[in-house]
Design a protein around this ligand. Structure first.
Ligand SMILES: Nc1ncnc2c1ncn2[C@@H]1O[C@H](COP(=O)(O)OP(=O)(O)OP(=O)(O)O)[C@@H](O)[C@H]1O
Ligand SMILES: [Mg+2]
Length: 330
């Protein structure tokens, strides 16, 4: 299956469902999510805290904790990676797919230099053994992520770098195996605004230069607009809307997406009031049977007690809301 412009899917989630088994019950973190990321495309998962964004990222990277159970399919270049084992699994994890986390300090072991840690990844995932070659690749990657004086960075310990430098270094580590898909889970949340903008610019530039596909995770639609081609809106583990950045931002269909958009701070507003959507996500141990946003939705109706399917309202723009089930929608 290729897109309109002939780009092949790199990642395809089919009816992905993920539950966490805990002592206090089963957490329904991701519920029946289907989504495609094509070659050189970046897709943003957007939603409030607890909506299941990181769970999807970890599932794709094969890094879920042991209490998670996955059903449905995660197809990487048409191969179901949920079934991979042994050598096939280690060829996939870290080589085809890499992940950048919110806290760059968590990527690094504080006891080893950046160079030692990058060297390990390059030796292990690229199979490069020659010391000089490993160093050359490391320096090249540190230059790519815009770090000045890469020789010095290689000799530094993680605590010797600033937050912004460390996030750049962790992106360099994620790129060292030459992945096809980069997952970035809130990579700028812990940085100040200027650094945030720099890292977003860097990721956009790298995606273009290296021809990467990207799964970008954020709770901020404004950030999604900066870096992504398409946006997928997640709520209580359900995909509620998906479309191009233009479709979702300029013509949001789901009442939840509209509320999320109202929460994006506006640069020209005279008074900056921090907005939030009143109410909270449903208890993930007992998700309601119908639309999960119904209890907070101004437009809720009786029919919302049943979960509507995702329907394609325009080519490439899908929404799961009863308003659009009848012909003509609104
Ligand atoms: N290891 C775990 N065991 C049990 N429940 C978990 C575990 N990890 C996450 N959860 C729960 O799964 C749901 C989805 O969590 P997830 O971390 O995927 O959300 P998120 O959208 O990434 O949120 P945030 O924006 O806060 O990072 C939440 O209810 C969370 O409490
Ligand atoms: Mg998260």
């Amino acid at each position: 299956m290729s897109g309109a412009d002939g780009r092949k899917p790199v990642l395809e989630l089919r009816n992905l469902t993920i539950k966490y088994y805990t002592l206090t019950g089963i957490v329904h973190a991701v519920r029946d999510v289907s989504l495609v990321i094509r070659e050189r495309e970046s897709v943003c998962l957007v939603g409030e805290s607890g909506s299941g964004k990181s769970t999807i990222g970890l599932a794709v990277a094969h890094a879920l904790p042991p209490n998670a159970r996955v059903s449905g399919q995660i197809l990487f270049r048409d191969e179901d990676v949920t079934k991979l084992k042994g050598d096939d699994l280690s060829k996939y994890v870290g080589r085809k797919v890499s992940i950048v986390f919110q806290d760059p300090a968590a990527t690094f072991n504080p006891l080893f230099t950046i160079g030692e840690q990058m060297g390990d990844v390059i030796r292990h995932h690229r199979g490069v053994k020659d010391k000089e070659e490993v160093k050359r690749i490391s320096i090249d990657l540190l230059k790519k992520v815009g770090l000045p004086d890469p020789e010095r960075v290689l000799k530094s310990y993680p605590h010797e770098l600033s937050g912004g430098m460390l996030q750049r270094a962790s992106i360099a580590v994620a790129l060292s195996p030459n992945p096809e898909l980069l997952i970035a889970d809130e990579p700028t949340t812990m940085l100040d605004v200027t650094l945030q903008a720099q890292i977003l610019d860097l990721l956009t530039k790298l995606k273009e230069e290296l021809g990467l596909s990207m799964l970008f995770i954020t709770h901020n639609l404004g950030v999604a607009a900066e870096v992504c081609d398409r946006i997928a809106v997640l709520y209580a583990g359900k995909l509620l809307e998906e479309g191009s950045v233009e479709d979702v931002l300029l013509n949001p269909l789901h009442p939840y997406t509209r509320k999320l958009l109202e929460c994006v701070p506006r640069a020209h507003a005279k008074v900056q009031k921090l907005r939030h959507i009143p109410g909270t996500l449903p208890d993930p141990r007992h998700p309601p049977p119908g639309c999960p946003f119904q209890p907070r939705c101004d437009e809720a109706r009786d029919e919302c007690s049943e979960m509507p399917p995702l329907i394609e309202v325009r080519p490439g723009h899908r929404v799961a809301c009863v308003k659009y089930l009848s012909k003509g929608g609104e």
